[in-house]
Ligand binder design. Structure first.
Ligand SMILES: Cc1cc2nc3c(=O)[nH]c(=O)nc-3n(C[C@H](O)[C@H](O)[C@H](O)COP(=O)(O)O)c2cc1C
Length: 217
């Protein structure tokens, strides 16, 4: 008898080409290819301000080689129709996710969860997330986007990704920055260091594990 998970996997395979992660052995000291997923595509969004702050930390971390995947630039339809336009959009997105060793997902909170555009980018992919670590950075109003971050943990668990325990969150995010700069950066700077150090630990461990043996999914 087929389990629910196996059924979901079979269903998913109908609209997702499987891109296998890179398997060529790497020097363990090679910096991790980490993709920052900018999760808001809202007109007038605040997300790029937080992303710039985050990217500075990722660039300053000697073990990370960062790049950005902006949901606003991933023109993937929500219907999953494999149209020529959709396949062209996917070809500019999917290989970049496949090449990543690790992810930092930056999400705002909309109605106690994460945005639809981010979910769509996630749902278009499968093996690209698998056996890789995902750090979560959130922002929003009073709760700092924490509900969005916790929802993402459930989603990434389904995709066999490992979410990092420590996060960075910004409550009342608009008031926390002044002309693109954090008014008081001490707390977020310290939180980012802990989170990125944990991401690197998991990223190295999982990259080495993927090189040694295939993940049993
Ligand atoms: C549709 C919508 C729903 C929102 N819901 C929440 C919410 O549930 N909790 C919260 O703290 N902030 C909420 N906000 C505030 C956003 O988190 C905040 O405006 C944030 O800057 C949005 O990110 P963005 O500007 O990058 O799109 C909501 C904003 C929008 C547009």
């Amino acid at each position: 008898m087929q389990t629910t998970d196996a059924t979901q996997t079979a269903d998913a395979a109908q609209f997702r080409d499987v891109v296998q992660p890179t398997t060529s052995p790497q020097n363990p000291d090679t910096p991790l290819a980490v993709t920052l997923v900018l999760g808001s595509n809202r007109h007038g969004r605040f997300g790029p301000v937080v992303a710039d702050w985050l990217l500075d930390h990722m660039r300053d971390h000697g073990d990370l080689n960062p790049e950005v995947m902006d949901v606003a630039e991933a023109d993937l339809p929500t219907t999953f129709e494999p149209s020529a336009a959709a396949l062209a959009a996917r070809s500019s997105v999917t290989p970049r996710l496949a090449a990543a060793d690790a992810f930092v997902v930056l999400t705002p909170e909309y109605n106690h969860s994460f945005p639809a555009g981010l979910k769509n980018l996630i749902d278009w992919h499968y093996t690209e997330w698998r056996a890789k670590p995902v750090a979560l950075v959130s922002y929003g109003g009073l709760a700092g986007g924490l509900r969005a971050a916790e929802h993402l943990r459930q989603v990434f668990a389904e995709l066999h990704a490992v979410t990092i325990r420590d996060t960075v969150s910004f409550h009342n995010v608009g008031a926390s920055f002044d002309e693109g700069r954090l008014k008081d950066s001490s707390g977020p700077d310290a939180a980012a260091k802990v989170m990125l150090d944990q991401l690197v630990w998991w990223g190295r461990a999982l990259r080495e594990a993927r090189e040694v043996r295939p993940y049993p999914a």
